[in-house]
Design a binder for this molecule. Structure first.
Ligand SMILES: O=C(COP(=O)(O)O)NO
Ligand code: NA
Ligand SMILES: [Zn+2]
Length: 283
């Protein structure tokens, strides 16, 4: 069933587990997410980035996700990932999305607060949940120095002020993760996470979670992370299966015979994540 993001994440926050938020841009990835959630009895957040909306078309991808979510036997929220453009966020709200992220983290704090508060007021008036970001979660391509990394991490006191002044439902924080594959091993600042959770006592979001070792994920969940964004690991599962399949079978040409096994490969990765995050059997 299609529910709001806060319905899923308030429960996760109270009961101390995390829910996967998996990016999709087509039918097969969406099916993999929904089937994985039903097979592990997990609530799940299906999210589309602005790039994914451009690729699939907002009406088409909304229809696919909404249709599969409404038919599903577990709670599913439909979330806009890293919303930066006001009109795109409004289009998602008009297309029945149940959660949106306003990512104004690149602006100074005051402006991030203003921009976020505006979206919170509109989305809440429509019964839609809101995620925002404070601190900068980079991509692995950012060649930043260590102290720049420190400076980009979320300041706990600023996060408290931000949460109070915006009314945001869940907060994406920067504690050392980055989007995309890691070159070395990511070092998460668990002390910082612990402090933020103590101060804010609300659902927290971890971006850039692909490539983070399982032990670090488990520790982050135990310290209060409740939404975990995964994109790269699912993409890599798809592509690895695709390459192997085309290597092994030079004759195949039916997209269903190619995309079907790729869907299964993505589903297996997603199921493992749901079990690792502690969301299995929570639906
Ligand atoms: O944060 C993410 C996903 O990051 P990864 O690709 O590292 O899983 N999406 O918003
Ligand atoms: Na990552
Ligand atoms: Zn992200």
């Amino acid at each position: 069933m299609l529910v709001t993001g806060i319905e899923i994440l308030e429960k996760a926050h109270k009961e101390g587990y995390a829910v996967g938020a998996f990016n999709t841009s087509n039918l097969e990835i969406t099916q993999a997410i929904v089937e994985a959630a039903e097979e592990t009895r997990s609530p799940v957040i299906i999210q589309v980035s602005e790039g994914g909306l451009k690729y699939a078309g907002i009406e088409a991808i909304s229809a696919i996700v909404r249709t599969l979510a409404e038919k599903a036997t577990v709670p599913i929220a439909l979330h806009l990932d890293h919303g930066t453009d006001f009109n795109t966020i409004m289009k998602c709200l008009r297309n029945g999305w149940t959660s949106v992220m306003i990512d104004a983290s690149k602006f100074p704090l005051e402006e991030n607060i203003q921009r976020t508060r505006k979206i919170v007021e509109i989305a809440h008036s429509m019964g839609v949940s809101v995620e925002a970001e404070i601190g900068k979660i980079g991509g692995t391509e950012d060649h930043i120095t260590v102290d720049e990394r420190e400076a980009s991490m979320t300041d706990p006191e600023e996060a408290l002020r931000f949460a109070k002044e915006t009314g945001v439902d869940y907060l994406a924080i920067a504690i050392g993760t980055a989007h995309g594959p890691y070159k070395g091993e990511p070092k998460l600042d668990f002390e910082r996470l612990k402090r933020i959770k103590e101060l804010l006592n609300m659902p927290l979001v971890l971006h850039g979670a692909s490539g983070v070792p399982e032990e670090a994920i488990k520790k982050a969940v135990s310290l209060g992370i409740n939404k975990i964004n995964i994109d790269t690991d699912v993409r890599q599962a798809f592509t690895a299966r695709l390459r192997r399949l085309l290597e092994e079978d030079k004759e195949v040409y039916d997209p269903r015979k190619i995309l079907g096994p790729c869907k299964e490969a993505m589903k297996e990765v997603i199921k493992q994540k749901m079990i690792l995050f502690g969301s299995s059997l929570k639906a």
